[in-house]
Design a protein around this ligand. Structure first.
Ligand code: SF4
Length: 154
């Protein structure tokens, strides 16, 4: 029996991490296309890449949390740095705010975001110590504003 799509309950406009839709916006210039999202017919995917929307280029040095996670950045105690040691908290936050603005404009109820990213991660994020349990900055901001956030596994 074919597996039921974990995205079968979504409808209307849904924010989706642009890299999951095959857009080459990742730090390494690549994408992470997700077949299950690309083949879904029950919702309209709206591609968003918070890091690009925050003004960062592709390619760019990879970034991770130097302190806390997305919730802690929103609380003013977290920090994101890139592999060159530069503090990139501000562009990450600007990008997250742009994504929230779009979500509110389109009245979206759901977002499907790329797991593990310091912007988009929903349960795990990268830190200086490697992957840790936590929420990316954009994911945290969307959750804080009542949007249900899923990862690519649903
Ligand atoms: S995980 Fe998020 S921030 Fe990173 S490339 Fe994909 S959409 Fe952009």
């Amino acid at each position: 029996m074919p597996r039921q799509s974990p995205f079968g309950h979504l409808e209307g406009s849904v924010l989706v991490s642009a890299c999951l839709l095959g857009i080459n916006c990742r730090y390494d210039g690549k994408a992470k296309p997700c077949h299950e999202i690309l083949s879904a017919k029950n919702f309209t995917p709206v591609p968003v890449c918070p890091e690009r929307l925050g003004g960062l280029p592709t390619p760019r040095p990879p970034a991770c949390f130097a302190k806390g996670d997305g919730r802690e950045v929103l609380a003013g105690t977290g920090r994101i740095v890139n592999a060159d040691g530069a503090d990139v908290t501000e562009p990450f936050l600007n990008g997250a705010l742009h994504v929230l603005e779009l979500a509110q404009l389109l009245n979206v109820r759901w977002a499907v975001l790329k797991e593990g990213s310091p912007s988009c991660g929903t349960t795990r994020v990268s830190s200086r110590e490697g992957r840790i349990q936590g929420v990316g900055l954009t994911a945290a901001l969307l959750m804080q504003n009542g949007i249900q956030v899923l990862n690519e596994d649903g």
